[in-house]
Design a protein around this ligand. Structure first.
Ligand code: DTR
Ligand code: CA
Ligand code: ZN
Ligand code: ZN
Length: 442
């Protein structure tokens, strides 16, 4: 809605009503989710992923039109990704190698915490061919895992397993960077990698939805996600040796991944199933100068990005402890937020087993999926009803989603009891829901 309409809506909204809207059943858990129940990840914002693609396009445009190994556009791409991860709290490492007489770079980003003996790795190659900017191949995979990593940071995800992200160099020369990484990884460290997930081409303009048929657990995880959104998938059969999962598979590490198709043609049966154009390549600009930001299908990119988050959260989840210890209580049940109303939505977490008062640095993890987040007023309610304002409504804040961690001085509150996240949507016209609410006691 336009700001003027919002202002009139604001005037129409009186004082906050006490009524709570369809409060979800409390599903407090000491530490992050364990067991077989699926874990709900945050939504990966298509807007954010596309912004990363626009940035990679700008980098290519400013560096001779490509982001290829050994060219200035590749190093600029690596520096761009590394800066975002450093700012988000990842431990980053640049690994150099030489190929075809030029220096290549792998970027490894570790999320602090989790079991170092169980590493879930997520990777994409960041290099393009020399012919063009490589936005679908493979800016799409690189941007999708970058935004997933940033979502891990924004929500302060605390998985049981250790999370490691990687952006590979010189894949187009024959998986050179990823092979260099695996070959130089001590055998003991290789055995700690419980799975490697590869994402190379996720936004093909005439997309297919292909799941790698390698490790059955990883394959099933992706299939479960796609079944959940009613999108049929096919097994990716011809790609075994054609991307960065190959060196990991050769080293006996379980692998999996997603792919939206390259130079081969979509069949009539596939067009029937997925839409798009039969008798046409999944990506007509594969390895061509036209592989620009115009060469991406938004639906494919969004679905695949969300599938990555689903896999990361579910393959790495468990009784997570925050970096440096502590206890997490969470409620991952979605709660719809009434649009433009005096009613509120609440998500409840029952804290038990904590002695004494809450800390002065209580971490409040908030994940609200909602367009135009300026509509939202967000409060934390202590067990005795005390209100801690987390976020005020701000009619001019048009960005989507509230996915962040607040630090609250709750030292005057008894720790144990029912803590509530309360959300009011004060303007009509944009909608959303509470995706998860998390309290971390250090
Ligand atoms: N070789 C990849 C593109 C590619 C072709 N088939 C597959 C199958 C699975 C993953 C990737 C691919 C490239 O040009 O980067
Ligand atoms: Ca999304
Ligand atoms: Zn390629
Ligand atoms: Zn590729």
């Amino acid at each position: 809605m336009k700001i003027s309409a919002r202002l009139s809506a604001l005037l129409a909204v009186s004082a906050l009503a006490a009524g709570a809207f369809a409060a979800a059943p409390a599903t407090a858990q000491v530490a992050a989710g364990t067991g077989t129940a699926a874990v709900t990840p945050p939504d990966i914002s298509l807007t954010n992923v596309k912004q990363h693609l626009a940035d990679l396009q700008s980098i290519a445009t400013a560096n001779g039109g490509n982001r290829a190994h050994g060219r200035t556009g590749y190093k600029a791409s690596i520096d761009f990704v590394k800066a975002k991860l450093d700012a988000a709290g990842f431990t980053t490492t640049l690994q150099t190698f030489t190929s075809s007489g030029a220096t290549g770079y792998n970027l490894i980003a570790d999320w602090p915490g989790g079991d170092a003996n169980q590493v879930v790795m997520v990777g994409s190659h960041l290099d393009s061919v020399t012919a063009g900017p490589g936005i679908n191949d493979n800016g799409s995979g690189s941007a999708a895992i970058l935004e997933t990593a940033l979502a891990v940071s924004r929500t302060q995800f605390q998985p049981t397993k250790h999370l490691r992200f990687a952006w590979w160099g010189a894949e187009e020369l024959g998986m050179v960077g990823s092979r260099y990484y695996v070959n130089n990884l001590p055998t003991t460290d290789r055995s700690k990698i419980s799975g490697y997930l590869n994402f190379d081409m996720l936004g093909s303009p005439n997309p297919g939805y292909f799941v790698y048929d390698d490790d059955p657990t990883i394959e099933q995880t992706f299939k479960t996600y796609y079944a959940g959104i009613g999108v049929p998938t096919e097994i990716e059969t011809e790609g075994d040796g054609r991307s960065d999962h190959a060196p990991f598979k050769s080293a006996g590490i379980p692998v999996g991944g997603l792919f939206s198709g390259a130079e081969t043609y979509k069949t009539a049966a596939q067009a029937q199933k997925w839409g798009g154009t039969s008798g046409q390549a999944f990506d007509r600009c594969y390895h061509a100068s036209c592989d620009t930001t115009a060469n991406v299908n938004d639906t494919s990119l969004d679905r695949n990005s969300d599938a990555i988050a689903y896999a990361v959260w579910n393959l790495a989840s468990g009784s997570g402890t925050p970096p440096g210890g502590g206890t997490v209580f969470s409620n991952d049940t979605d709660v719809a937020i009434p649009d433009g109303s005096t009613s509120t939505a609440t998500s409840t977490v029952n804290v038990t087993g904590i002695t004494g008062n809450a800390p002065s640095n209580l971490a409040v993890g908030v994940d609200i999926v909602h367009t135009w987040r300026g509509d939202l007023k967000v409060d934390l309610l202590a067990p005795d009803g005390s209100v801690y304002a987390l976020k005020a409504a701000n009619v001019s804040d048009s960005a989507d989603n509230v996915q962040t961690t607040y630090t609250v001085n709750a030292s005057s509150e008894v720790a144990n009891g029912a803590w509530k996240l309360r959300v009011q949507d004060m303007y009509s016209g944009d909608t959303g829901y509470i995706n998860s609410f998390k309290l971390t006691f250090p």
